[in-house]
Design a protein around this ligand. Sequence first.
Ligand code: MN
Length: 297
Amino acid sequence: MKDLLPLIFITLATSFNNKNNFRASTPSNNMNSDDSMSSNNNMFANGMPSTNNMSSNGMPSTNNMSSNGMPSTNNMSSNGMPSTNDMSSNNFAASTGPFRLPPLGYAYNALEPYIDEATMKVHHTGHHQTYVDKLNEALSKYPQLYNVSLETLLNNIDRLPSDIREAVRNNGGGHYNHSFFWKVMTPNRGTAPNSSLRAAIDRDFGSFENFRNEFKQTALNTFGSGWTWLLKDDSGKLQIVSTPNQNTPVPLGLVPIIAIDLWEHAYYLKHQNRRNNYIDDWFNVVNWDYANQSYNA
Ligand code: MN
């Protein structure tokens, strides 16, 4: 598939150039597209790791999130997910196309009292499902892209047909970010960075407390909607980065270790405008077991 990719994109580019609208974008999209394209081009020029690296480092692969990512009813029952039948008929089966809403992996009320049930339910079955639906809707115009992995799509936004570029950036990014977000939270209390991740945190931030303070400050200072990430580079060095909107760290070529969703939909029902309290509460449900896997992958 990887070898076919350039061909797919060239085919798309050729067909769209022939129609003279491959580079066309609507006026309302011009500023965003230009900003994003130039930054993408810089990142390409700086030599990005292949998308395979991302997949092999603990992120759910596209296959998991698409055809293999459908939760089985049995798994959901054993995990105590409420209203399994309703979710199957009303949400999980709502989308047609290559991508599917992945299972949460725990009950909607499992993160109480830190993250409330109502927020988790609307976040997963509402917001995330909508990103999946809109991503599928955009790709339905180009079935040639159905076999392209999510990471590859996100890594090649500026090579996509202009009429789906923003939709893939926003909704493909939303799908990627939320699929990761559910995994870095857990109802299990007492998970912690293991020796190698803890050593890296101590080395790169001075101490776990310093890391936590810096992560929180970065999240607090992130204006508007976005995400704050703990990422590692190829050498294992850690850094804290915020991305705006539903932009992902995929084009940065860095491996996500943990991430917090800073959109108000992630906390407003319980915490209202108190992002500060939300961040503190969220730290109680961070899945350091999953973070350890991602760091050591
Ligand atoms: Mn969200």
